[in-house]
Design a protein around this ligand. Sequence first.
Ligand SMILES: O=C([C@H](O)CO)[C@H](O)[C@H](O)COP(=O)(O)O
Length: 428
Amino acid sequence: MRPILQVALDEVELERAVAIAVEAVAGGADYIEAGTPLIKSEGMNAVRTLRENFRDHVIVADMKTMDTGAIEVEMAIKSGAGIVSILGACDDSTVEDAVRSARKYGGKLMADLINVGDAVSRAVRLQELGVDIICVHVGVDQQMVGKDPLDILKEVRSAVSIEVAVAGGLNPESAASAVALGAGIVIVGGNIIRARDVTASARRVRESIDAAGKQYIVSEKKARDEEIRELFMQVSTPNISDAMHRAPAMRDIKPLYEGIKMVGRAVTVQNFPGDWAKPVEASDVAQKGEVIVIYNGSNYIAPWGELASRGCQQKGIAGVVIDGAIRDVDDIKRIKFPAFASASVPNAGDPKGMGEINVEITCGGLKVRPGDWIIGDDNGVMVVPAERAYEVARRALEVKKSEDRVRAEIERGKTLAQVMDLYKWEKK
Ligand SMILES: O=C([C@H](O)CO)[C@H](O)[C@H](O)COP(=O)(O)O
């Protein structure tokens, strides 16, 4: 049987969601899901509107019900949903009442395994309780910390005989793997709805799942650092700031020239004004791909210049950031070594060796620990704590995707205020 492609409309604006759904259907989406954020924002009106606009498609209400199963299922089905989701984690009594309601009003019940500890035995129990579809789901926040729905899909699939759906950051490749692992319904949100061209993205997933064989495509697992670097290379520092709830960049620290893109883990130097021994010795400590971050403590005497930059460049060090002065700006620009500083002067100090390498420092007003991720571009320099790097990088990529979609809507003639419906979302 042909796999079902379900597009998850995780939007907060109904008008926008309908426009995206039109494009997704043109690309081959079968089921249209009123996503949980859309339902929370627009209520059952979202389900009704989707029903009215897409008569030939199954509408899924992603209610994620946790209690009062019967009433929520009734509401959704009466509004036009053919499938309603409840949380697999809810009490058996809630599932049983939701099943009764679904039978009575003529809809199907999908149990979402998001955050269920023992997914396999819970799936078996949910089947016994009468749900129609099991959804193996890794939520958006869980994806950001590296969880993957395909890790448990095969086991769940072989434990139950009812339909299995899968959701959680799927793209054309992982969606095909999901089908090969036995999923009959492939649910895709972000990778379709946030695309510049929703139709083309939906079509890519459609073609990929239609062509999926029985062989699970094992995508090459990259080392985590390499993956983080690749993710940060794809996004801007504004994307990263947004992903960190609009965290600030290093204050007053600017790129030496335009077009720098610098990503790497920090090797830190706590320095005394102009003392260039420790900063330069840090080039021997730093490895390929790392960034030297120096607190110099003065904008009037430089601990760094062209020769230190050349040595780093030869070694593959990703760049230097100085809270303080740099010199030889013209030469550093010429060799294109990524450098950021708060000032430039012609004079250096003496190599006294009073500083320290790889200790916690404050640079541009931000705490930097050895190993934290440093990302610099034309906008400035961001610091991402090492333990949050993967999550922030993933979230920043989501920010970028959302912006790509907003950009496409602006190009079609709207203002940013209109696309974001800013007036509606002002604090009341
Ligand atoms: O259910 C979802 C999530 O919990 C937000 O409501 C998503 O619809 C589901 O995860 C699919 O979206 P992507 O993970 O972005 O593909």
